[in-house]
Design a binder for this molecule. Sequence first.
Ligand SMILES: [Zn+2]
Length: 387
Amino acid sequence: MWFFSSPNVVFGEGALGSLDTLKGRCACIVTDANLVALGFLERVRGTLASTGIEIAVIDNVESDPSIETVKAGAKRMLEIKPDWIIALGGGSVIDAAKGMWILYEHPDFDPESINPIDHIGLRVKARFIAIPTTAGTGSEATWAIVLTNRAEKRKLGLGNREAVADIAILDPEIIRDLPARITAETGLDALTHAIEGFTSTYANDFCDGLCLQAARLVFDYLPRCYHDGHDMDARTHMQNAACIAGLGFGNSMAALAHGMGHALGGALHVPHGRAVALFLPYTIEYCVHTGNTRYAALAKFLGLPAGNEVEAAANLVEAIRKLEREIEQPLTLPEAGIDQGMFDQALQQLIANALNDSQTIMATRIPEEADLRRLFTCAFNGEKVNF
Ligand SMILES: [Zn+2]
């Protein structure tokens, strides 16, 4: 038995305006200081003005949000008592807001114990709206919640099926001025979701089409967004791609590139999209050796030569690296700013984090410690994975 979850998605030009039909008593907007400074909060507040809904704001979510931030936000919500939670931000903000939502509904809950199996019982106190301000994480469409345990320097891949937004609002105007580097990193996160969602062991009929189309949209439109942020046609398609990839991998699973990417983000603070996309080609080379892979179907859909799995994997890897080079993203750990000393010092932790990550075991080939050591080393040296 498995489930397909989705928010109601409002998309396209003017989508933010749909907020003026919202009914309720009090909305708590969760965001970060940067977005407040950029005027996003005021834009949402202005749209809500005609509804008469009282507005409270939590604006201190950091990137890679911690358990402590989530607990503090939930405590605030218990005082404010909102009946809507509006997450306005990138993946960090949306994930933190989901965590706050769960603890607001159930103050005794231990956030580290949030899991996909338990029935939590959300929507007794509040419903949830996600307004993504990047095009990539797909958090507006998934029930995944990634938090960071600061003391242990590791990311926690949490989630629960109920923690999917009631409404996701995709307004391309909101990502119009997204800086090129963040456009590139988050866009590659969407590509990694699409490819891993299609090739994880949880891939299923409901998600296949979503993942394929999302992957194609990223290849077609991410370079255009990177080179000209005000290309609104490209921005619109990328925003759709990110959400569609979110629906795809959110209802199947991510896999090894996410396991390794989370490890790198937790230990050495490389941004999420940059980290997972850096590892993606290496994990494809690794899985195709003995895994029961589907790279030929994916490559064919993307118009790449795909006579067999090995050829398809090689062409897919080359296409991903070509895209990464075009949008100036790192292909190796040193290009991501990790020098030999940092790598040697962090390697054991990277391996331990990746082994413990819930996404690692969704790969069609599950690595043990020795293989992870070699995989991280290949990613450091920029070597082909041939074992
Ligand atoms: Zn991701």
